[in-house]
Design a protein around this ligand. Structure first.
Ligand SMILES: [Zn+2]
Length: 574
């Protein structure tokens, strides 16, 4: 490929719309352009990256026996009504009507379409198990599309669905996909982690997310250095603390204290000269039609996913001010569990170890001292209701955990029979008895993976592509595009690479060397070869490795085999 003929509109300045590095660099390197909010065109270099990721995904899915197909993006409402999701999916579902006034949507996912296909075509257990996948465009009407390819309204996904005739079969299919995903992200040259995840609204039991590690990632990951435990923040388990010995549990008399102008837990602990560990935070939540009180230590945060799962509610949010004031008879900020009537109280495990604690008095400007759950208030249940911290021990081995950040690029679920039951996807077993299929679903965000690769691999000059997903392996930069001798050498190198399957691009533009070098660094080609006067006079070229910054001179007759072995070594990081 000649760069002079390539649509590669690089930009010097960061566009104002770019809030994160991958978005910034994808625009500046001329990989993508915005058409509308959350809707992007892939330009030639960007699309090469996408196709490379897709091909790795395809190879690894095929290797595990999955079969590729292609389902329509346009989906009739009837299928979504069948599964019960038409009315609950909300505004993110991109809905439209055809000329006959029939309802359709542009699919954000394909459980309905695939389950419909399988219920029509699969009749017997002999046709199972099946794992069907596609690489296709999805739509989601995000309220606030942002971060470029990270949260778009139109995006490319690989989605796979497995159909088994038993729970054990699903476990096997899931395991295969887990392995495939590990291979995929490893082959993309990315540092990743598989973490336990919450199954949330999709339903089902087991679930793992695949995270590309990056300081800029939006997800927090709790993981253990001593064992394999890793979970996303929503899912991370906080073990119940050890019970205190009886001697440390002497209860002092309850006491009311005036705490005017105290607004935070820190101010409260300072004012009363106590540790924050001694404080009890009381939050009132609206859980569907009910209001519940939740107690956590003052220095902890409520994990709303755990709370939601524990309560089994659909909607959960902090209760409105008026409701809090009505229930506590006090201004917001003074709620406490003592004499709190009309609501169920749920407490985090740690509250059992708060002896002679401080809590709101349900009276404006007052707190209570020496609050003890054994004496002063009733708790519906003690459970794990808080966000994990670095102080928490690993729930598997008890060693310290660490918290790092990542970007979710893949997600696998054991769906079970949620969709097959709702949509009647059945088969006949060995005895001719009708059974429902057991399903799993498995997604990878293709564009997101490209963006995450950039978040993980960049510097102040631009992108540093891992070799397997780089748009080209090598850029050849002739210092003067109008020097016949230099261009001949550059062309020869290019030809030799092409014959050996190395993807090279030649920067034959009539630009200054500085401009060419900047663009090469910005786009992030893994290897740069510079051809100049020295190549003509001494038969030497300059080689530079983008990632390490390593630079050296190489004899012309040596450069081809050397680069080939470098590229191949990087591609075989399997
Ligand atoms: Zn551990």
């Amino acid at each position: 490929m000649k760069m002079s003929q390539l649509l590669m509109p690089t930009l010097r300045e960061a566009p104002a719309e770019a809030e994160i590095m991958s978005h910034n660099l994808m625009l500046r390197a001329g990989l993508i352009r915005k058409l509308a909010a959350g809707v992007y065109s892939f330009l030639p270099l960007g699309y090469r990256v996408i196709k490379k990721i897709e091909n790795i995904v395809r190879e690894e899915m095929d290797r595990k026996g999955a079969q590729e197909l292609l389902l329509p993006a346009l989906q009739p409402a009837e299928l979504w009504q069948d599964s019960g999701r038409w009315n609950v999916y909300g505004k993110e579902l991109m809905r439209l009507k055809d000329r006959h006034d029939r309802d359709f949507c542009l699919g954000p996912t394909h459980e309905e379409v695939i389950t419909d296909l399988v219920r029509r075509e699969v009749k017997s257990y002999k046709q199972l198990p099946l794992n069907l996948y596609q690489i296709q465009t999805k739509f989601r009407d995000e309220i606030r599309p942002r971060f470029g390819l990270m949260r778009g309204r139109e995006f490319i996904m690989k989605d796979a669905y497995s159909f088994d005739y038993s729970r054990e079969g699903l476990d096997e299919s899931y395991e295969k996909m887990y392995e495939a995903y590990c291979n995929i992200f490893k082959r993309c040259g990315l540092v990743y982690r598989a973490v336990e995840a919450d199954t949330g609204a999709i339903g089902g039991s087991d679930s793992h997310e695949f995270m590309v590690m990056a300081e800029t990632g939006e997800n927090e990951i709790v993981h253990c250095a001593s064992c394999h435990y890793a979970a996303n923040m929503e899912k991370a388990v906080c073990a119940a603390p050890q019970e205190l010995d009886a001697a440390s549990q002497e209860m002092l008399p309850l006491e009311e204290v005036k705490t005017p102008d105290i607004h935070t837990i820190e101010e409260l602990s300072e004012f009363l000269n106590i540790n924050v560990e001694q404080t009890i935070k009381t939050l009132l939540y609206q859980a569907d039609d009910e209001v519940v009180a939740v107690l956590v230590r003052g220095d902890r945060e409520v994990n709303e996913i755990k709370l939601k799962n524990m309560l089994g509610c659909i909607e959960l949010y902090l209760a409105e001010t008026e409701i809090v004031e009505k229930i506590t008879n006090a201004a917001v900020g003074f709620a406490g569990p003592v004499n709190l009537s009309g609501v169920k109280v749920f407490a985090d495990y740690e509250i059992t170890n708060v002896i002679n604690g401080i809590a709101g008095a349900n009276k404006t400007d007052y707190h209570l001292k020496n609050v003890n759950f054994k004496r002063d208030f009733q708790v519906e249940a003690f459970c794990d209701l808080r966000l994990a911290t670095v102080d928490d021990p690993c729930p598997h081995c008890g060693n310290p955990v660490a918290i790092t950040r990542g970007i979710e690029v893949g997600h696998i679920f054991k769906l079970g029979t949620k969709y097959s039951e709702a949509m009647n996807a059945t088969y006949l077993d060995e005895n001719g008895k009708e059974k429902v299929c057991t399903m799993g679903c498995y997604g990878i965000g293709i564009g997101r993976t490209a963006a995450a690769a950039i978040e993980q691999n960049n510097d102040d000059k631009g992108i540093i592509w891992p070799m397997p997903i780089a748009p080209f392996h090598v850029v050849i930069v002739p210092i003067k595009a109008n020097d016949r001798e230099i261009m001949d050498i550059a062309d020869n190198i290019y030809q030799s690479f092409s014959e050996k399957g190395i993807e090279a691009i030649i920067d034959d533009r009539k630009e200054r060397p500085g401009v060419k070098f900047n663009d090469a660094d910005l786009i992030g080609f893994p290897i740069r070869i510079v051809v100049g006067k020295k190549s003509v006079n001494e038969g030497k070229v300059e080689v530079k490795i983008r990632k390490s910054g390593e630079e050296w001179e190489e004899q012309l007759d040596q450069v081809i085999p050397k680069i080939i072995s470098l590229v191949q070594a990087d591609l075989e990081m399997k």
